[in-house]
Design a protein around this ligand. Structure first.
Ligand code: JD8
Length: 258
């Protein structure tokens, strides 16, 4: 996968040199280039922002440097394999399924906005020649798109073949199945008078799997009941529903599988 990141704070992306993403780059699984937007400015002050049309607080990122940057990184024409990803509080929620979608792409370009955001015409112009995803990490406000790109890239890169040691762990993990993780434990068997649940030391893998599923169901019902509505509910078997009903969690009839 080829990744380009455009930002006015390139040093914000230095964590991409570390750990598993750094190793994936060294192994050639991933090719990441970080670009300073100001290289596509031409005035002595290397200006990237200007006052908003219609008034209002703050400044807006100028279209011209972005236009030149995207022309350079994704020249109009046959190649067209790139997908533009723009973090924004006004974007669609970033999810594990979108992470899988992006992980299937040969080429991603990330545009990191700052100030009040990027002039909308930059995205409108780019969408004339490449798919554009405006995505949000969640309902809270950041200073800019850089940290969102770090989050999105981590979620995407760990799905690439050859990045995670045992790809099996991808199967069982949270959100892969739409349920939250069960609690995890390691040695010592008792810590500060807190014991590890006996069942986990029983060696009875059938009962352990059931215990973990029940914990996932109960946690999900308590913390993310939204995840148990709609299609996820249809994936629940009779035993699952009994576990939830015992806790008083109501599964709406409409969500019940036939
Ligand atoms: C990109 C500029 C700051 C946002 C005025 C504060 C994502 N989940 C998320 N929250 N915030 C962002 C995000 C914030 C950004 C930019 C993403 C570019 N800002 C702006 C509008 C209000 N300031 C985000 N993904």
């Amino acid at each position: 996968m080829k990744v380009d990141v455009v930002t006015i704070f390139p040093e914000y992306l230095s964590p991409l040199d570390l750990s598993l993403i750094g190793r994936a780059r060294a192994a050639g699984v991933l090719d990441v280039a970080v670009h300073d937007l100001r290289q596509w400015t031409h005035d002595v002050h290397r200006t990237v922002d200007d006052s908003p049309y219609g008034g209002g607080p703050g400044m807006v990122m100028r279209p011209e440097p972005w236009g030149e940057a995207l022309d350079a990184l994704a020249p109009p024409g046959p190649d067209g394999s790139a997908r533009l990803v723009v973090p924004s509080p006004a974007g669609v929620p970033f999810t594990q399924s979108l992470a899988h979608e992006l992980a299937a792409e040969p080429r991603l370009i990330f545009a990191c906005g700052r100030y009040e955001g990027i002039d909308q015409r930059v995205l409108d112009d780019a969408s004339r020649r490449m798919p554009v995803n405006e995505v949000s990490l969640g309902d809270y406000v950041l200073f800019g798109g850089e940290v969102a790109v770090l989050v999105i890239l981590e979620a995407v890169v760990r799905l690439l073949p050859g990045v995670l040691g045992n790809a099996d762990s991808l199967v069982e993990e949270s959100h892969a199945e739409g349920l939250l993780e069960a609690p995890v434990y390691t040695k010592p068997p008792t810590w500060r008078d807190l014991p590890v649940p006996e069942i986990l030391r029983s060696g009875d893998h059938g009962r352990i799997a059931r215990w973990r599923r029940d914990q996932s169901l109960l946690r999900t019902a308590r913390r993310r009941p939204d995840l148990l509505a709609g299609p996820a509910a249809a994936a629940l078997d009779r035993r699952d529903r009994d576990v939830l009903l015992d806790t008083g969690f109501q599964i709406s009839p409409g969500d019940m599988a036939e």
